[in-house]
Design a protein around this ligand. Structure first.
Ligand code: SF4
Length: 258
């Protein structure tokens, strides 16, 4: 399915400003627009991983996490079957999230370094985590069609964040490819040729309505494949996140050089 508005409960023609981020979050969790992903997320929730046998898995689309007036958005790929799909919160309950939240805590952008479950007290300051695909995909690989079907959810979210949003950090090349058209749909001009993903890439997009520009940062994904191999170190992640926060006007803490 490649239409610009998916066939789900998303209010495609709702008047601008008539919806809040909280309402969007409440709507997305009921989406069933991708049959393969619906089946996979629910199958994972039924069968569970042995270590989480006593968990009541979320098994639904995972909404963005963080304040509705965030200045920085961090965009990943999709929830993990036994991470976000289990806990119902972005990057919560898996090693990728542990790596990301530790960096946010080091920078003073999270009030605690770990994320275990909804209701654990974790709060983010000025940062919202989200993804271009909201349901856990098999092998962590959504299809291009699934990416396109989910696109309006992220476009709507970024449009709602626009009054305060100043930087976006994209984790990985898949997210980068997915986010560029979303940013266009949300009101920023993406240059041609399109900026290429790289760790440390940084480009500024002007707003098509004359509003505030947006600075886009590229960062390797916090997947275990990257963090276990040292391709992405804690210092590398802190450097990109810190630069993005500072570009967005957020004060950051001094960082541990280790
Ligand atoms: S991936 Fe997105 S569009 Fe597809 S079912 Fe999940 S929330 Fe809906």
């Amino acid at each position: 399915m490649t239409t610009s508005e998916p066939a789900h409960s998303y209010p495609a023609r709702q008047a601008p400003g008539a919806e809040t981020v909280a309402e969007l979050d409440a709507r997305v969790i009921d989406c069933r627009a991708c049959p393969r992903l619906v089946e996979w997320r629910e199958e994972a929730a039924r069968t569970k991983r042995r270590a989480y046998a006593d968990w009541d898995y979320w098994g639904r689309p995972v909404p963005g996490f963080g304040p509705a007036d965030a200045a920085v958005a961090i965009v990943g790929l999709a929830p993990a079957a036994h991470g976000g799909n289990r806990t119902g919160r972005m990057f919560t309950g898996d090693r990728a999230g542990d790596f990301l939240y530790a960096a946010l805590y080091d920078l003073g952008l999270a009030n605690r370094p770990t994320a275990t479950h909804r209701g654990d007290g974790l709060e983010l300051r000025g940062v919202r985590l989200t993804s271009p695909v909201r349901c856990a995909p098999p092998a962590n690989r959504p299809t291009p069609g699934e990416r396109d079907t989910c696109r309006p959810w992220l476009a709507r979210e970024l449009r709602l964040l626009r009054p305060t949003l100043r930087t976006v950090v994209v984790l990985g090349a898949f997210g980068w490819q997915a986010v560029l058209p979303v940013l266009e749909a949300a009101g920023w001009a993406v240059p041609r040729p399109r900026p290429v993903f790289a760790h440390g890439a940084r480009t500024t997009l002007r707003a098509t309505d004359g509003g505030a520009p947006l600075t886009l940062f590229g960062c390797y994904h916090v997947s275990q494949q990257n963090t276990f191999t040292g391709r992405l170190t804690p210092a590398m992640l802190r450097e990109v996140l810190g630069a993005a926060a500072e570009a967005a006007g957020l004060a950051v803490s001094g960082t541990d050089p280790s």
